[in-house]
Design a protein around this ligand. Structure first.
Ligand code: UD1
Length: 337
């Protein structure tokens, strides 16, 4: 298929491109490179040996985006572009609404101009908020507890209303749990700007000596070892879920939210132990106070993905840890190195 990929140079976008190009899809990337690097696309080309068009453009620039879409004539769009730092979203809410919601509106206008009615959206399990029950299934109420989560829920709403308003439109809303890991080659991976706020990128920087020790945010949660439990999903599995969703969206009428997780949770201490084992030494850590806004446990019910996409996660935490270390040890300063 001809696939327009917004935010293709980012962490999940770059891994998805490798899988798409590997399956023979034709891709065109739109990325502002505001939080990503063109180097990621160079490495995608190197890994796949496939041609890849890329445009430096902001998704809020509807005229520009429309021009690109009209020229490329995508059969489907995968929409990754957006801002994703929870803490920052509280400080810069208007930027988050503008890029994540406004950018989605702008993209829909460009798709309409280009006659494309098929989209896969990069959503997040953060749209659920505090669990009313676990595991989270797609029917769980959406009550996001931070601005970032609000913008994802709003963009889902916009895409659902749009997809339901006319025939020939489909939107698969992929709700990611906790994406981690890297391509096994160590050539592409997660490259956060500044101090990483997520667990695994932070641990990776402890291992490579960029940071002194991990702070474990709370060990008094109601979980088996007291630390937070999450459903970590290997980024290559997540990338393959997008390829599977392309098949689904082609004939879909309306919108369909789908969880992307493994259904299995691991604690912070378990992730720390798994990563320490791969690195070959116990990585230093301290117990710190809870982080505001964190929940004890987040785990997916992944059965809908199995039923509708024929997809399930294949990689376990050892693969996650090994691949992160392959990426981090070869690229301690990310794509800037
Ligand atoms: C975070 C976001 C979520 C986003 C997801 C993307 C928050 C509140 N939520 O989820 O919206 O979709 O990233 O992957 O930021 N931890 C530590 N020390 C650290 C970092 C994290 O102990 O230095 C713990 C956390 O308390 C949590 C677990 O590790 O229990 C995972 O944290 P993180 O990687 O930040 O992901 P989430 O908070 O689940």
């Amino acid at each position: 298929m001809r696939v327009l990929v917004t935010g293709g140079a980012g962490f999940i976008g770059s891994h998805t491109l490798v899988e798409l190009l590997g399956q023979g899809h034709h891709c065109c990337v739109v990325d502002s490179f505001a939080t990503s690097s063109p180097e990621a696309l160079a490495r995608v080309r190197e890994l796949t040996n496939a041609p890849l068009d890329a445009h430096e453009a902001d998704i809020r620039d509807t005229a520009r985006l429309t021009g690109i879409a009209e020229e490329f004539r995508p059969e489907a769009v995968i929409h990754f572009a957006g801002l994703k730092a929870v803490g920052e979203s509280a400080e810069r809410p208007v930027d988050y609404y503008e890029v994540n919601v406004g950018g989605t509106l702008s993209l829909i206008r460009a798709m309409e101009a280009a006659g494309c009615g098929r989209v896969i959206f990069s959503s997040s399990a953060t749209v659920y908020g505090d669990p009313e029950y676990l595991p989270f299934d797609e029917a769980h109420p959406l009550k996001p507890i931070n601005v970032y989560g609000q913008t994802k829920a709003m963009a889902e709403r916009v895409l659902s209303d749009w997809a339901g308003a006319a025939p020939g439109r489909g939107a698969v809303l992929l709700r990611y749990f906790n994406p981690v890991g890297a391509h096994a080659s160590g050539r592409i991976g997660e490259d956060p700007a500044g101090i990483p706020s997520n667990l695994m990128p932070f641990l990776a920087q402890v291992a490579s000596g960029e940071r002194e020790r991990l702070s474990i945010f709370g060990d008094d949660y109601d979980t088996p070892d007291g630390t937070g439990v999450r459903d970590y999903i290997h980024v290559v599995d997540l990338a393959r879920a997008h390829v599977a969703a392309l098949g689904r969206v082609a004939a879909l009428e309306g919108a369909e939210p789908i969880n992307v997780g493994t259904g299995r949770g691991y604690s912070v201490k378990e992730m720390h132990a798994a990563f320490s084992k791969v690195v070959g030494r116990e990585l230093p850590y301290e117990i710190a106070p809870r982080r505001a806004g964190d929940i004890a446990t987040s785990v997916a019910d992944p059965s809908r993905a199995r039923e509708r996409l024929g997809w399930e996660a294949a990689h376990g935490i050892e693969d996650m840890a090994k691949s992160i270390w392959a990426w981090q040890s070869a690229n301690p300063r990310g794509y800037r190195g």
